[in-house]
Design a protein around this ligand. Structure first.
Ligand code: ZN
Length: 302
């Protein structure tokens, strides 16, 4: 009995060592940023009440001042950290006061610098949907498109403290985020809703992860993501029912940021309240999904 236990312990130790050795061999090799808008600075500003835009020109990153610490949603791509940090500081906050870190989905342009923020706020807890958590913990080495691994880290691995699922809440101070599935774009993509009080009224705010299909992704040929077709369909159906007072998204272009806001414009939360524009975005995403699915099915039938 004792020897069996010892053997099990020895095997576990061996497995641990070889995994660590394997991990140590991987090199950090961030891909070059081809979209200049991702790394173009954009001044941070107040969206509504205690919620701020702190992202780059195109990468939506959000800061919520809960009264009991800060929540950071998205970090931008690898290399965005100094821009996001500067935005946070210009708004009068400190990255060391971040208590909760999370993201809309596990792609490098939203989680690429989460690890840098974890260094600034070592006590912060990082929350990530259980389906995308392994991807960011692997530094983007493994994801559904490359389940066997890329063999390098596109970004620094991110330690996940809490694995979430749709329906969960993230609570801090005056803020209660409800998590919603945005499955499809990635297996664990997530949207957030919460209430913000400002000027004597309550706003129902949505940070939506738009359900776009990345170039090259096959709905009928993604063995690393067997439920991709059903996930896109159920997310798009659910997102079509949302009626937020205010809404923003993972990319500036996805919520028309630069059409509705220019740096220096006066504070006006209502600029993010165009429900018809939201409905149109969801309708267009649905059409694109249905079109691609029909084309793939037709090609397969040939
Ligand atoms: Zn993405």
């Amino acid at each position: 009995m004792k020897s069996k236990l010892l053997l099990a312990a020895a095997l576990a130790a061996l497995a641990g060592t070889s995994m660590a050795a394997q991990a140590a061999e991987l090199q950090y090799k961030p891909p070059p940023i081809t979209n200049k808008e991702w790394e173009t600075p954009f001044p941070g500003f107040k969206i509504v009440g205690n919620m701020y835009y702190v992202g780059t020109y195109d990468l939506g990153c959000y800061l919520i001042d809960t009264g009991a610490g800060l929540i950071l949603i998205n970090s931008g791509a690898d290399g965005s950290y100094p821009l996001i940090k500067a935005n946070i500081e210009k708004l009068g906050f400190k990255t060391s006061d971040i208590k909760i870190i999370t993201s809309t989905h596990g792609h490098g342009d939203h989680v690429g610098d989460l690890a840098a923020f974890q260094k600034d706020a070592p006590a912060a807890k990082t929350y990530m949907n259980f389906r995308d958590a392994p991807t960011i913990e692997s530094g983007g080495n493994i994801d559904y498109r490359r389940p066997e691994g890329r063999g390098f880290y596109p970004y620094h691995p991110v330690k996940v403290d809490v694995r979430t699922k749709p329906g969960d809440h993230i609570k801090l101070g005056n803020t209660d985020l409800t998590l919603h599935q945005a499955y499809g774009h990635t297996p664990g993509a997530t949207s957030f809703t919460f209430t913000v009080q400002d000027g004597g009224r309550n706003y129902n705010v949505l940070i939506v992860n738009m359900n776009g299909i990345n170039a090259g992704v096959k709905l009928l040929g993604s063995p690393g993501y067997p439920t991709i077709v059903e996930d896109f369909a159920s997310t798009l159906k659910e997102q079509a029912t949302y009626t937020p007072d205010l809404w923003v998204s993972s990319h500036a272009g996805q919520f028309n940021l630069h059409q509705v806001y220019k740096p220096g414009d006066p504070y006006n939360p209502a600029r993010f309240g165009d429900l018809a524009a939201y409905k149109l975005k969801i309708a267009n995403a649905t059409k694109a999904y249905e079109k691609q699915l029909a084309e793939e099915r037709a090609a397969k039938a040939k």
